[in-house]
Design a protein around this ligand. Structure first.
Ligand code: DGY
Length: 322
């Protein structure tokens, strides 16, 4: 049976699966990121690794791990922490956790959108601070979403669910941009395919759902922010570097756009200077997938991929290597 390194404290269900399959599990017991030096040391001799999106898995990691390593399964759907070319060169398999976090992240994108539109965090702070002195006609005016247009950048599973919820639940109109058109989705939701610029100009809410790739880094920069409506809300539950965070802070300060709801940041866990002070930014600490159900399933799916590979089977959640 194999030696498995789990690089962070994760829900127990996945660790139990690994143990039940007879594997010897080495678990980093803390809920903090494993320091790089510790990570490389602990990887030595592992047959499988269950990694976190905060662990860089590259040639140096593979050198440290040694010859036995067959699979690294990421406890995340995103895998921009994987150097896929290095996986390919070394013939090591990569897995992720697709599908199971779609609803949790779509709900979170929606929560951020509602929080921005209805100014919920501001209103909460105001009320707790004892500033509420009685009903006022123009106190904390927000904006309605019903009938407005949502623009989805990246029509993967999560982007599609955000659009479906917006159309069905909030009677919103949807626009989307992706590498390819999805005509079935257009028929189902009435969504309109558009270029990035058309979408930014026409949307009341822009929700980002692209993976982080060289082509999507700073997809939303100062120039793109200038295309958006002054009343628009930007939501990012994808990856921080998709947005030029300094340019976003400037746009929010100057009220070039109305608000932003962010779950991810360009240089996590740091925030761009000034961001935390802005009343029109709603910020969550990369918790879009953080539901008990989803995080439990993520630990099981990542663990099962390792169990399958070490048993000579092909798991359904392998990441295609370039
Ligand atoms: C992911 O899975 O990629 C999220 O960012 C964390 O759940």
């Amino acid at each position: 049976m194999g030696k498995i390194l789990v690089t962070r404290k994760i829900p127990k269900a996945g660790v139990d699966l690994l143990k039940a399959a007879g594997h010897q599990v080495r678990l980093w017991p803390k809920s903090t990121v494993m320091p790089r030096k510790e990570l490389l040391k602990a990887a030595k001799g592992a047959d499988g690794v269950l990694s976190l999106l905060t662990d860089r898995i590259d040639d140096a990691f593979f050198d440290a791990a040694g010859e036995r390593l067959k699979i690294v399964a990421n406890y995340a759907v995103g895998y921009d922490n994987f150097d896929l070319a290095a996986f390919k060169r070394r013939k090591i398999l990569a897995a992720n956790t697709p599908g199971i976090l779609t609803a949790a992240v779509a709900e979170h994108a929606f929560a951020l959108m509602m929080a921005c539109a209805k100014r919920i965090p501001e209103a909460d702070r105001f009320t707790r601070a004892g500033k509420y002195k009685g009903w006022e006609p123009e106190l904390l005016l927000g904006t309605e979403l019903t009938g407005k247009t949502i623009g989805i950048l990246g029509l993967g599973r999560i982007g599609a669910q955000v659009a479906q919820r917006a159309v069905r639940g909030m009677e919103m109109k949807a626009m989307y941009h992706d590498m390819k058109r999805n005509e079935a989705f257009e028929r189902e939701t009435g969504a309109v395919f558009a270029t990035v610029d058309e979408l930014l100009k026409a949307s009341d809410v822009v929700s980002l759902h692209v993976p982080l790739l060289p082509s999507t880094r700073h997809l939303i920069d100062a120039k793109k922010l200038r295309l958006m409506k002054r009343t628009a809300i930007l939501i990012n539950t994808a990856r921080g570097p998709v947005v030029d965070e300094k340019a976003l802070v400037a746009a929010l300060k100057a009220k070039r756009i109305a608000a932003a709801g962010l779950d991810v940041y360009e240089d996590e866990p740091r925030l761009a200077p000034g961001l935390a002070k802005l009343p029109n930014a709603v910020l969550t600490p990369h918790t879009a997938s953080a539901t008990v159900e989803t995080r439990t399933e993520m630990s099981k799916l990542a663990a099962q991929a390792i169990i399958d590979v070490l048993a000579g089977k092909t798991p359904p959640n392998l990441v295609p290597l370039p």
